[in-house]
Design a protein around this ligand. Structure first.
Ligand code: HC1
Ligand code: SF4
Length: 571
């Protein structure tokens, strides 16, 4: 152990601890900007500089390791003045449209300026580092970029994509794409993890709220909405609730107040996905089909696979994602039952995911010329609409979802957690294989937050080997092992974002990034708690799903189901 003194307080820390970590142990907050533990640790922005007794100059606390007897001062006048100068220089190269910025009040740079005595901006402010990129669902504003490099690291190291990087030198340095093309023309998977890690408003999602308002105000349209599993345990954060709080009831009332004709649920179509995907898995196992079967509900993952793992395209389940399945039944089965013109049904999705905007616009995602989904907004955009409508969210009564696409099981709910799709599928497959309604339904081996999880599940005497990978970076590792013949499975779940949809690129921004893991865990717990409280916890026992098959679809995988609910992929 090493003894150090920080701001006059002695502390003992293990070897290789940084000054930043040692200070944290003493509850001393050294401000940071570029630093993101385990993801981006370049020590480049210099916001975290401190004084060390006997050492010349100032030193970045995030990368300087402690040594025996070190005496550190984190807030001397020299340190405070240096931090202020650094922040003033960063602000001089930053488009200061704070009042109208998407990140206003959640901007780390704004907080740093507030907390470090910036009350005037002595230098410039007009920045011209490139054009706004609005080519796809991920919007990039180079003039707000502060060159911290966090997005570059997330995209390359965590997601294994690497479509953005530093270019040019000195004052001309920018973060950009190859040939400075729009992100939509690149191999960007639209996961939005760069948005979430950006400390300022340089990255955001395309705002589709105007299209939704317009549809809501069009008396000719019948506007229905679905909300993804993970939205209900995160939306509350936008209104002051703790992460993981289930605000489904208030969300339903808010959606009704906004003017949606029907409030439905993606959890319902997640149950539908399980019927189709479970059937596909059993067929592939029994009939010698392509294994492992790999889940296909995460559009970021699908695009990643199409770009980088062509040899696994046949392994992907042909099932559309729950978002798309919902749209397909909302424009076929629902109009028949509700006696409305399918051409007048406008389907809005509220998703925790930015890639769902891309998925909805894929050419294959339509049936008989009707797009499954007409508009996708993120959890953040829904919060924006609620605020714009002057709705006081906390004061709302709980509302009930509508029939006939609104009832769900616990299995459909846990889709939003990494491992959830796998567990939901196993609940149904186990009942099908044994011909019984099993009581033991919690497959805890596939739960958790570790990047890759593997298990062998014995069902009706058959060993089913499964694996779960969350985040495309972890998916790469798993698929590389399979390619090298070092691993083999029957069924794999892949989600594009670490933690699954609860951590999607469209979820509320976590202002204090050091709490990210706790926030993820709380949202995960929120979904498992809902699952536990559900009367029906298996997809095939959802009465609205049973009715849909009995009255409209017929058998799983049969002609009608195939036409509406399945798709193909592009090499
Ligand atoms: Fe997801 Fe899914 S779980 S992909 O994370 O399969 O977005 O929540 O809606 O489609 O159901 C997202 C979440 C979501 C789909 C489902
Ligand atoms: Fe990279 Fe994902 Fe951002 Fe695209 S959306 S630039 S893949 S992190």
């Amino acid at each position: 152990m090493i003894n150090v003194t920080i701001d006059g307080i002695a502390v003992e820390v293990p070897k290789d601890t940084t000054i930043l970590e040692a200070a944290k142990k003493l509850n001393i907050n050294i401000p940071t900007l570029c630093f993101m533990k385990g993801i981006n640790e370049p020590g480049s922005c210099r916001v975290c500089v401190v004084e060390v007794e006997g050492w010349r100059g100032l030193h970045p606390a995030c990368v300087t390791k402690v040594s025996e007897g070190l005496v550190v001062k984190t807030a001397t006048s020299t340190v405070r003045e240096a931090r202020k100068n650094i922040l003033e220089l960063i602000m001089s190269n930053h488009n200061r449209e704070c009042l109208s910025c998407d990140r206003n009040l959640k901007c780390e740079l704004q907080t740093l300026c507030n907390e470090n005595g910036i009350d005037r901006l002595p230098y410039g402010g007009k920045v011209d580092k490139g054009c706004l990129d609005t080519s796809g669902p991920i919007v990039r504003d180079p003039n707000k970029c502060v060159l911290c490099g966090r997005c570059v690291s997330v995209c390359s190291k965590m997601q294994d994509v690497g479509v953005i990087d530093f270019a040019y030198r000195g004052a001309h340095m920018t973060v950009t794409t190859a040939y400075e093309e729009g992100l939509a023309g690149q191999e960007c998977i639209n996961c939005g993890q760069c948005i979430k890690i950006c400390p300022v408003g340089a990255l955001s999602e395309r705002d589709d709220t105007a299209r939704v308002w317009k549809a809501l105000e069009n008396p000719e349209l019948h506007v229905v909405v679905q909300t993804a599993p993970a939205v209900r345990v995160a939306l509350g954060e936008e209104f002051g609730y703790a992460p993981g709080t289930n605000v489904e009831g208030k969300m339903v009332t808010a959606l009704r107040r906004l003017g949606f004709d029907k409030i439905f649920d993606t959890n319902f179509s997640a149950d539908l996905t399980i019927i189709e995907e479970g059937n596909e898995l059993l067929n592939r196992i029994k009939n010698g089909g392509k294994l492992p079967l790999i889940t296909s509900c995460s559009p970021g993952w699908i695009k990643f696979c199409e770009h980088n793992y062509h040899d696994f395209l046949e392994n992907l389940s042909t099932c559309k994602s729950p978002q798309q399945m919902f749209g397909a039944v909302a424009k076929s089965y629902y109009p028949v039952k509700a006696d409305v013109d399918p051409k007048k049904v406008f389907v809005v999705s509220v998703m925790p995911c930015t890639a769902k905007k891309y998925e909805a616009d894929r050419e294959e995602m339509q049936v008989d010329g009707l797009k499954d989904i007409d508009a996708v907004i993120t959890t953040r955009e829904l919060a924006k609409m609620i605020r714009q409508a002057g709705i006081r969210f906390a004061e709302l009564e709980d509302g009930e979802r509508d029939s006939i696409l609104g009832t769900y099981s616990g299995a459909g709910t846990i889709f939003g957690n990494t491992g959830g799709v796998m567990e939901a599928a196993l609940r149904t497959v186990a009942d099908k294989l044994t011909g019984k309604s099993l009581d033991s339904i919690e497959y805890t081996a596939v739960r958790g937050l570790s990047g890759i999880r593997e298990a062998t599940v014995n069902i009706a005497g058959m060993d089913i080997k499964v694996a779960v990978a969350n985040g495309t970076g972890n998916a790469s590792k798993l698929l590389d092992k399979i390619r090298a013949g070092e691993a083999g499975y029957h069924f794999i779940e892949v989600m594009g974002c670490e933690g699954g949809c609860i951590n999607g690129g469209g979820q509320p921004i976590i202002k204090d990034k050091s709490t990210t893991e706790e926030v993820k865990a709380a949202r995960i717990k929120g979904l498992y708690d809902i699952d536990k409280a559900c009367v029906t916890r298996k997809s095939h026992e959802n009465p609205e799903i049973q009715k849909l098959y009995a009255e409209y679809l017929g058998e799983a995988g049969a002609h009608k189901a195939h036409k509406l609910l399945h798709t193909h992929y592009v090499a």
